[in-house]
Design a protein around this ligand. Structure first.
Ligand SMILES: Nc1ncnc2c1ncn2[C@@H]1O[C@H](COP(=O)(O)OP(=O)(O)OP(=O)(O)O)[C@@H](O)[C@H]1O
Ligand SMILES: [Mg+2]
Length: 296
């Protein structure tokens, strides 16, 4: 998928009831009240937005303005010193970086091609042919940008082949515990889904303990029922999968989801393996939305 023009923009300044940029900067300790008065003078003298006037006076940085804008528009992101999640969640830690911008462009394409095309479209599998292609990275960061857009988002780790603490449990620092495998075995329900408190609207269902029979579990009716239940509660459900070249799990997951996004790692994923996986998925009536070239 070629990322199209960025559709997401953050207005320079406005007051939507969450406080002005100046108030947010003061409340977060980035600006003193005295300095704010000087900024207002500068702002009036040069007809500048508040943030630009404060930067011109060397009182704050562009990052401080981005922070204030994100708070003003309920756009959650994390400061680097916040260690509650892995910094590999670039969309959460550096939302204004090129990676963040590309992820938002991909989000727009996915919205157009799948989620907003039909109200019944709620679930999407993230697939790729090889190990280490970046499926988990892309799935997690896409889940973050969907939640930042205000979608109630559930990220399911359906890679039942990797150790329980790897994958999404590692990225969201969830430790080991109950997960998808527990639900599929009939030992738990959706109540075990973990809310990510620092990113409102985002929840994660980790893989849980590795079962001896992943493919058989994913083929069970319980998986379909769980996805149906999740579709009632969430706007967007993204599913991380094991490598499609090694296991048939991805075929089952994608066919239950109805649609898949292909991840290809630059200079690593051979075209024939991508084509082969794409053909397999299409034979299962999976809508292939496009591919993301993961340029690591
Ligand atoms: N775009 C990227 N930028 C930076 N690092 C990346 C990017 N994509 C992937 N990585 C890193 O590459 C490594 C492998 O990525 P990831 O675990 O997401 O791949 P995977 O396809 O899920 O692998 P596995 O087959 O083990 O499930 C991770 O350390 C991840 O953080
Ligand atoms: Mg993975």
């Amino acid at each position: 998928m070629t990322p199209k023009a960025l559709m997401h923009s953050i207005p320079a300044s406005a007051d939507d009831g969450h406080g002005t940029i100046g108030e947010i900067l003061i409340a977060s300790g980035r600006l003193t009240r005295e300095d704010a008065s000087a900024v207002v003078e500068q702002q009036l003298a040069h007809k500048l937005p508040f943030g630009d006037a404060a930067i011109a006076l060397n009182l704050i940085t562009r990052e401080d303005v981005d922070y204030a804008l994100s708070r003003q528009f309920d756009y959650a992101y994390l400061q680097e010193r916040d260690q509650t999640l892995s910094t590999q969640l670039v969309a959460a830690y550096q939302p204004f970086s090129p990676v963040g911008e590309n992820l938002r462009a991909v989000r727009s394409q996915i919205m157009l091609r799948w989620f907003s095309a039909n109200p019944l479209h709620k679930v999407l599998a993230i697939v790729s042919p090889g190990k280490g292609d970046g499926r988990s990275f892309i799935a997690a960061n896409l889940a973050v940008v969907f939640s930042q857009q205000g979608e109630r988002t559930l990220l399911i780790d359906a890679d039942l082949r990797s150790p329980a603490t790897k994958g999404q449990a590692g990225l969201f620092k969830l430790g080991s515990g109950l997960g998808l495998s527990s639900i599929l075995a009939g030992r738990a329900g959706l109540e075990i889904v973990r809310a990510v408190h620092s990113l409102p609207g985002l929840s994660v269902l980790p893989a849980g303990a590795i079962p001896p029979n992943p493919q058989e579990l994913l083929g069970r009716l319980a998986f379909m029922q769980m996805l149906n239940a999740a579709s009632q509660e969430y706007d967007v459900v993204l599913i991380d999968t094991p490598s499609g070249g090694d296991y048939a799990d991805a075929d089952i997951i994608a066919s239950r989801a109805g649609a898949a996004l292909m991840v290809a790692r630059k200079d690593k994923s051979p075209t024939p393996t991508i084509r082969h996986l794409a053909q397999r998925l299409q034979q299962c009536d999976v809508a292939l939305l496009g591919s993301v070239l993961n340029d690591v």
